[in-house]
Design a protein around this ligand. Structure first.
Ligand code: AMP
Ligand code: MG
Length: 286
């Protein structure tokens, strides 16, 4: 009997153009079904991810390469954007990372187009950029809270698609992950933040305001995923009620993405054998 080909993590979690949120917060459509299996698998993924990320960095920083990767993390409060940066990005060499988080825009930022502050953080060649929130806030919180008129925010889906296609054409592979949690899980994480003095700093009284508009946010996410999951820059739904599944899924999406890019270590621009001979024969210290 032919061995069944393992499903690609990206294929299982990717949002087809036009479709919205297609998975639930506790689904495991691919990969490990238990925490212990996930831990073992994540360790192996981490080793491979570190190697291929180092190759991307070497290619871009030392080899004249032009490619980079941009991981966009979006999700409701407590969905694990910070935890993903800690546990997934923590698997690779921090020298090759560019992490940016996007808060409520400053007055200076508001004087510009919504993509202005985003463009400044696009990762240069060789880097894996990580966005903790992103330009999608401009069709999420901005839409739910009516921070600008509908005609402004509704035009942004196409503007975002154009922007991301431009990034892809310039060599930045865009990977967008929606960390999908349930309202029940959010409540238990918010309670945990309030009850643990070590976590109280993570809590913001405004989180309850966003929570009270849960279904409006889910609709806004659904629209963003449906309209902006493109060939050039796909969205992935990450079932995120269980942190071990979330970390495993994001790490493997990154691994598949980087492996497909197949970054090349720069070839030495010197004669290796000649250099070894020089060291052995004419080492000034021996
Ligand atoms: P946090 O990521 O929990 O530290 O919170 C950042 C806050 O900034 C969230 O409430 C976001 O919704 C908000 N935010 C980020 N970008 C924007 C934006 N473009 N317009 C309005 N609020 C934003
Ligand atoms: Mg917060």
């Amino acid at each position: 009997m032919a061995k069944k080909k393992a499903a690609s993590v990206r294929d299982s979690l990717r949002v087809r153009p036009g479709a919205g949120i297609h998975l639930s917060p506790r689904d495991t459509p691919v990969g490990p079904a238990s925490k212990s299996d996930a831990a073992e698998s994540l360790a192996e993924t981490g080793t491979r991810l570190a190697a291929v990320q180092e190759a991307l960095w070497a290619e871009g920083v030392f080899g004249g390469g032009t490619r980079s990767v941009l991981l966009v993390l979006q999700g409701m409060d407590t969905s694990g954007k910070g935890g993903t940066i800690d546990h997934v990005c923590g698997l690779v060499n921090p020298q090759g990372l560019r992490i940016a988080s996007f808060k409520k825009p400053t007055r200076a930022e508001l004087r510009h187009d919504f993509l202005w502050r985003i463009r400044k953080q696009v990762p240069p060649p060789g880097y894996v950029g990580v966005f903790d929130r992103s330009h999608y806030e401009d069709v999420l919180v901005v839409r739910v809270e009516s921070l600008v008129p509908e005609e402004i925010w509704s035009a942004r889906y196409d503007q975002i698609n154009d922007f991301e296609a431009e990034l892809a054409a310039a060599g930045t592979t865009v990977v967008k992950c929606f960390l999908h949690i349930s309202p029940e899980e959010q409540k238990s994480r918010l309670v945990a933040r309030l009850e643990d003095p070590q976590k109280q700093w993570k809590y913001n009284p405004g989180d309850i305001q966003a929570r009270s508009k849960w279904s409006a946010y889910q609709q806004a996410y659904d629209a963003a995923l449906a309209r902006c999951s493109t060939e050039a820059a796909p969205w992935y739904v990450i079932p995120a009620d269980r942190k071990w599944y979330r970390n495993w899924a994001v790490a493997n999406i990154l691994l598949e993405t980087l492996t497909e890019l197949d970054p090349q270590l720069p070839k030495p621009d010197y004669d290796v054998a000649a250099e070894l001979a020089r060291l052995n024969e004419a080492d000034p210290l021996s």
